[in-house]
Design a protein around this ligand. Structure first.
Ligand code: AHR
Length: 491
């Protein structure tokens, strides 16, 4: 393609040296009538665990016994529709009754270390979820807990008039919380964890039992079953599918030391894991459950089984804090996050929810110290995609540009092309799809892929956001090196 006079060269290509780079030519093709699937708003979920400084010192100020306003404001701007709690691995030793009512026992956090004052428990979490506008998602203890304890939690959260529902009212919360999403355990296949269900048949037996008692308390709840490798998933899907609304998949990408570009290979492999699980769901689970005995006294699942990416993120070595989980993220990691979000769009048909692990201080977009908090680089793509991407994924391809990762979404009026240029070096000029209407570019970039925001310089933000309209009739756009661009056209 030759660039015509109407072609728009993104002003983001900085300075004379960069413009001397001969940009590669590429072409993006969108098929608006080929719908990939509805993008669940719940892919923009978040997760907080009783782990290190995620809760105490993160969302919550222990000295003042209240949530931290500076952190709250930052979480609110992410607009997470879903918030997962209380773990994670800690689920295996967490007893929800320690965290409600006036008397809160201080417990050892046997999994992550330190003490848990239990000042944040179910009611405080629900209050927080409400403040950020998120639906709550609770994970139950299948190790040191019991099915009855899990069912009591459903009753506490969703019941009316009965014993635990009355306890909730006595604790100042008359209206039920209507918690819809319940995780049956967390990474139950993990041998090193404090669980006992590493044999999938043990998990399946227990999960049926938990599901029965919990659904007898509230038949409308949706269950997220613990997933793992292919063989585990096969048995779980085959035997639990009538009551499995979601099967969980945890994705933590990483790069090889000194090879930032290897992050994208790690993330690409994860798209493979999603597609492998999607194929298993298709092969092993009917879209509709038939013949479910009425004697269960609750209905089977009502929708096709979906994937719950209920932990996803980027986990490199070398962090601070508990288990080295307090990581500083570079701009390269932000490119990785945008690539993940593109993958979620491209696989929208099968991804029901995703919760980033974790919101504050633990592999987190938000970091705090005693006096301030900052947004790390990875915060910005999470916020931008949430704000601008549409609710329906449509087919898109890119030819001639191996460093570009692309997804397309629409709300029926506006088409949003999400373009990540993973190249550290080269701008790429793309021919735009020939659609009527004027394009607007929303670009995130940083001076280099190593750039990061840190608590040492809390007022410095390396991430620049630019919004600019393209000239009328623009046929091409140049995406800058290491940029994230959402290109929108109103239709
Ligand atoms: O997010 C940190 C930990 O990673 C979670 O507790 C666990 O589920 C996962 O392995």
């Amino acid at each position: 393609m030759k660039l015509g006079t109407s072609a728009f060269i993104g002003a983001a290509v900085p300075g004379p040296a960069a413009t001397l780079l001969s940009p590669k030519l590429a072409e993006i093709t969108v098929q608006l009538d080929q719908v990939v699937g509805d993008i669940s708003p719940n892919i923009y979920g978040q997760f907080i665990e009783h782990l290190g400084r995620a809760i105490y010192g993160g969302i919550y100020d222990e000295r003042q016994r209240r949530s931290r306003p500076d952190v709250l404001e930052k979480v609110q701007q992410l607009r997470p529709p879903l918030l997962r709690y209380p773990g994670g691995t800690v689920t295996k030793i967490y007893h929800w009754k320690d965290g409600v009512g006036p008397s809160r026992p201080v417990r050892k956090n046997l999994i992550w270390g330190g003490l848990d004052t239990n000042h944040v428990g179910t009611d405080e979490f629900m209050q927080y979820a409400k403040l950020v506008g998120a639906a709550p998602f609770l994970t139950v203890n299948m190790s040191t807990g019991t099915a009855e304890e899990a069912a009591d939690w459903v009753e506490y959260c969703n019941g009316t008039g009965s014993y635990y529902a009355t306890k909730r009212a006595e604790n100042g919360h008359a209206a039920p919380y209507q918690v819809k999403y319940w995780g049956l355990g967390n990474e139950e296949a993990a041998k090193e964890d404090a669980g006992t269900l590493q044999n999938p048949q043990d998990y399946i037996k227990q999960a049926w039992y938990y599901a029965k008692l919990m659904k007898l308390q509230d038949p409308s709840i949706q269950l997220i079953m613990a997933g793992d490798q292919e063989a585990w998933n096969q048995q779980v899907l085959r035997e639990l599918h009538p009551i499995c609304d979601y099967i969980s998949l945890h994705l933590y990408a990483s790069s090889k030391p000194g090879e930032p570009a290897s992050l994208f290979a790690s993330i690409a492999a994860m798209e493979g894991s999603i597609q492998k699980l999607a194929a298993q769901i298709k092969a092993l689970t009917p879209e509709k459950v038939t013949g479910f005995s009425k004697w269960y006294r609750f209905p089977s699942r009502q929708q096709p089984v979906k994937i719950a990416l209920d932990e996803w993120g980027i986990w490199e070595g070398g962090g601070q804090g508990a288990y080295g989980l307090e990581m500083e993220y570079t701009w390269n990691h932000a490119l990785g996050v945008a690539t993940f979000l593109n993958i979620f769009q491209r696989n929208a048909a099968v991804i029901g929810l995703a919760t980033w692990a974790q919101t504050v201080n633990v592999l987190a977009p938000i970091m705090t110290n005693d006096t301030t908090s900052i947004c790390q680089t990875v915060y910005y793509p999470l916020a931008l995609y949430r704000r601008l991407c549409g609710p329906r994924s449509v087919a898109v391809t890119v030819a001639g540009a191996p460093t570009l990762d692309v997804a397309a979404s629409t709300d029926g009026k506006t088409l949003t092309l999400a373009i990540v240029n993973q190249s550290n070096q080269a701008a790429v000029t793309v021919k735009l799809p020939p659609l009527a209407g004027n394009w607007t570019a929303h670009e995130l970039n940083a001076p280099s892929i190593e750039a990061k925001n840190t608590l040492a310089a809390p007022t410095k933000n390396v991430v620049a956001y630019k919004q600019r309209p393209l000239p009328a009739g623009a046929q091409a756009y140049t995406v800058a090196a290491h940029s994230i661009t959402l290109l929108q056209v109103a239709r």
